[in-house]
Write a protein that binds this ligand. Sequence first.
Ligand code: NAP
Length: 250
Amino acid sequence: MNMKLLQGKTALITGASRGIGRDIALKFAEQGANVAFTYLSSVEKGQALEKELEAFGIKAKGYRSDAADFKAAEDLVNTVITDFGTVDVLVNNAGITRDTLLMRMSEQQWDEVMNANLKSVFNLTKAITKPMLKQRKGSIINMSSVVGVKGNAGQSNYAASKAGIIGFTKSIALELGSRNIRSNAIAPGFIETEMTDALDPKVVAGWREAIPLKRGGTVADVANATVFLASDMSAYITGQVLNVCGGMLT
Ligand code: NAP
């Protein structure tokens, strides 16, 4: 029998209308998971993804929900539990950038990034804890960044939010390990998306050259690592940060 890696599991993925989150949703569905996912502004893309996911023969549903809003996250989890019965995997993927040097950074740029990237992880994790504790299993996967490990000029707000995610991830692993709930982070490096397509090709070529594997990452590279951490293949792995960066930090 050809058993799929996530057969019978239900996943909730934040920010899946585009980019990395979208590919995670597709790879999860391909591996047999039922997929609940969120978006904020990309309503049409969210609805289109729902159809694409259903083609894998699994249950899929998109929800418009602001991960930065505590009450909205609580309501979302309650609705998803009603619709799907359970959530085995939470992927906190939603994130934004508001890049600028500290000297020019406004309080609003700081707050927006901290709320969308870090508070969102608290909001969703807090809400999902109750059902996961009841079923005595769960895998929580938080999307950090190499920038959270290393720092980056012009991204002090983003780097702080992504470093904060790592501290949160490890603390939750310690708090909930005895209940068979795992908590890990993924730190993607330079992932080539529509966003990076807009950059100067010379700059991108320079980045590629500095990476040991001599290429930028793909959304699939990150999604595959996420499938691993969601599956029982990683049953004894918790509290870790998995760098998916082509060796960039080595
Ligand atoms: P992206 O293409 O900009 O997609 C971001 C997704 O998050 C979209 O689906 C967006 O929904 C959603 N989102 C943003 N704010 C939200 C909120 N408050 N509530 C709910 N959904 C929200 O980003 P990406 O490049 O795929 O990045 C995904 C994650 O990986 C982020 O956490 C990012 O920091 C991290 N990461 C990316 C890279 C990279 O090179 N791309 C590297 C390291 C880490 P709407 O479309 O509806 O706005």
